[in-house]
Design a binder for this molecule. Structure first.
Ligand SMILES: CC(C)(COP(=O)(O)OP(=O)(O)OC[C@H]1O[C@@H](n2cnc3c(N)ncnc32)[C@H](O)[C@@H]1OP(=O)(O)O)[C@@H](O)C(=O)NCCC(=O)NCCS
Length: 178
């Protein structure tokens, strides 16, 4: 894969479709198995990922999945999820970005988060939150560059790979508000 793929201009960023699910599931399962970046512990099947995760998102509205595609291959995804279930939180979303293993460090993540924030600009949203398991310098840099402010650290918030992990909480304005 060429260096700085995102700058080569061949990257297409678009809304995710059902046919993307096998690639998106594999991309994410890699990080479940190898990384503290996600607190999921068990890999997803495509069928369960469709029913439990993909079904919550749509090409329009506050909860979206964008994918980055290069020459027919999914190389990253960014998505906005409900922050909490209780109704008053409907003006907040949580944003997440994952690049394909082997496609990190090429500027794809920053393009995805920018596209997601832009896509949500006219939605009746007010706050975007991001949670980053520490340490994760590329993710914290991406998040800071995308205009988020680090508001605190949840200490030892999760247990994975036989140890506790701290999680940094970041926030930024998003959307048009109510
Ligand atoms: C985190 C992630 C989304 C960032 O996307 P990316 O396309 O790799 O981002 P970039 O290569 O543009 O790197 C983002 C910034 O981090 C910097 N960076 C990259 N690797 C770094 C490292 N090891 N240490 C410090 N900074 C690093 C880059 O230089 C860039 O900084 P800049 O804006 O000053 O140029 C991607 O690396 C990824 O998917 N990682 C694995 C999954 C993950 O951790 N997801 C986030 C969950 S919170």
């Amino acid at each position: 894969m060429a260096k700085r793929l995102a700058e080569r201009g061949g990257l297409e960023i678009r809304a995710a479709v059902d046919d993307d699910l096998p690639a998106l599931t594999a991309l994410y399962n890699h990080y479940i198995e190898t990384s503290s970046a996600t607190f999921d512990l068990e890999p997803w099947t495509v069928e369960r990922r469709r029913a439990v995760w993909f079904a919550k998102y749509a090409p329009t509205g506050p909860y979206r999945i964008l994918v980055a595609e290069d020459a027919g291959q999914i190389v990253g995804m960014a998505y906005s999820s409900p922050w909490r279930e209780k109704a008053a939180y409907a003006t907040s979303v949580e944003t997440s970005v994952y690049c394909l293993d082997g496609a990190t460090g090429q500027g794809i993540g920053p393009q995805l988060i920018s596209a997601l924030l832009e896509a949500l600009a006219t939605e009746p949203l007010h706050r975007a939150f991001a949670q980053i398991t520490l340490p994760n310098d590329p993710s914290e840099k991406l998040t800071e560059r995308a205009g988020y402010e680090r508001v605190g650290v949840l200490s030892e918030a999760g247990w994975k790979f036989g140890r506790y992990w701290d999680v940094a909480l970041w926030q930024r304005p998003i959307g048009r508000g109510r």
